[in-house]
Design a protein. Structure first.
Length: 438
């Protein structure tokens, strides 16, 4: 009797794999690169591709574009993964490419997730790219400026792929329902409203959209003749938690904290709270956000509202005490306060200008009158001579020089008229007037 196992039949491919575009006309999105007459489309159609990097978020077609190039090119095409390969595999592939070159054939090497290669592994490609043994096509979700070494990057054209728009995903989902490679051979009932919900949930990721559609269809209600109906209840169960694109060590991390900081600086509390929520719901450490708010309190508010620093430090303490999700309200209070507070960057400007002078004049001696003199020898050398103790004077002010001679008259702190800083500005003017008179 013939025996069967789990491996007798080939497992069916996922919907995203079955619907992978085979031609540029089937490709969805990236019209800025692949629309009629656009540069990347012309390069592919004329088989004139050179070394390039596809940079973009997951599910936007980086690997698919490489496979379309493979179908059209007259070159040998090698598909290579940075996840499973090391220096030995690179050398084997490079030798194969070098053999092809000797016979007059080009080799296109596609490296998926090229950012996962370390510097030594990336350097192994460099001589072969330089002498034309290979045309390198790399795909990465990380900023190439940070993740790919400069020598290799300078020899590659970077194409930025964008997250798909909701309407583009809608078109893709409709095609998946009607295409025989998708669910076209089955009678699937799903409304446009549901397809739109899937498109929005997928956050610009075509693979995620198709996987979600496949999940809801496979869990749909089937009647006695095999018709499938997707209900709202099923859909809501499948999209109950949105996956936010976020990498705590990658570019999006810095993009979002930049958006939060600049929204607070621009006195936009609504935007600030939104970017805060984006970071926290994606799993960011609340203490990291709190530290940035503490920095903001002095960098962008300063003496215009000294209470801002107290609020920021208190929010940090609250985050440390109770953590997420409860501390989200404390961070919300802090970022709203920072957004509404009067703004002054006088503290930041003062330090940066003083820092520049400090670095340029590292050997500038401390004036003798403000040096400490803990020993007799130091007193004999004049340390502390001429020091005036401000509290001994009626106005609590003296005309004593505290800056080195070369920096006499230099001004770093220039207060604005914003908030309470106007009060400190008036006080500073009074101090300067007094010193001039005395």
């Amino acid at each position: 009797m013939e025996q069967y196992s789990l491996f007798t039949k080939e497992a069916p491919q996922p919907l995203a794999a079955r619907l992978r575009p085979q031609t540029l006309d089937e490709f969805v999105g990236q019209t800025h690169l692949l629309g009629p007459g656009k540069v990347l489309r012309r390069l592919i159609e004329s088989d004139q591709v050179s070394s390039m990097i596809f940079w973009g978020p997951p599910g936007v077609g980086k690997t698919t574009l490489a496979r379309i190039i493979a179908n059209r090119t007259k070159s040998a095409f090698i598909d290579f993964s940075a996840v499973t390969s090391g220096i030995r595999e690179i050398r084997t592939v490079m030798q194969q490419a070098e053999d092809n070159r000797r016979y007059g054939d080009r080799t296109i090497l596609f490296v998926d997730e090229i950012h996962r290669f370390n510097k030594a592994q990336q350097d192994a490609f460099l001589p072969f790219v330089e002498k034309g043994s290979i045309i390198l096509i790399g795909a990465t979700t990380e900023n190439p400026s940070f993740e790919i070494n400069g020598a290799l990057l300078s020899r590659c054209k970077v194409f930025v792929l964008q997250a798909l728009k909701t309407e583009e995903l809608m078109g893709l989902l409709r095609r998946a329902v009607s295409d025989p490679r998708g669910f076209g051979k089955e009678n699937v009932s799903i409304t446009d409203e549901m397809l739109n919900m899937i498109a929005v949930f997928s956050n610009g990721d075509a693979r995620n959209a198709l996987s979600t559609l496949e999940m809801v269809v496979l869990n749909g209600d089937v009647d006695e003749v095999g018709n499938i109906t997707v209900t709202m209840e099923t859909l809501e169960q499948c999209i109950s938690k949105k996956s936010l694109l976020y990498d705590k060590n990658g570019e999006e991390h810095y993009n979002l904290i930049s958006a939060l900081h600049k929204s607070m600086r621009n006195s936009d509390p609504d935007a600030a709270v939104y970017w805060l929520a984006r970071m926290l719901e994606a799993g960011e450490d609340p203490l990291y956000v709190a530290r940035r708010v503490v920095r903001f309190a002095s960098e962008d508010v300063g003496l215009a509202d000294p209470h801002a620093l107290e609020i920021a430090v208190a929010a940090y303490q609250a985050c440390h005490f109770i953590g997420m999700p409860e501390c989200s309200v404390h961070l919300t209070e802090a970022v709203v306060y920072m957004s509404m507070a009067p703004k002054s960057n006088a503290m930041d400007v003062a330090y940066l200008e003083a820092k520049q002078d400090a670095l340029q004049q590292l050997d500038e001696p401390v004036p003798l009158n403000i040096r400490n003199a803990p020993t007799g020898l130091m007193k004999d050398l004049g340390y502390g001579k001429g020091y005036k103790y401000a509290h001994d004077y009626e106005d609590k002010l003296t005309s004593m020089q505290c800056l080195p001679d070369s920096l006499l008259g230099r001004e770093y702190f220039r207060p604005t008229e914003q908030g309470l800083e106007a009060k400190y500005k008036k006080r500073l003017e009074e101090i300067k007037t007094w010193k001039q008179e005395h």
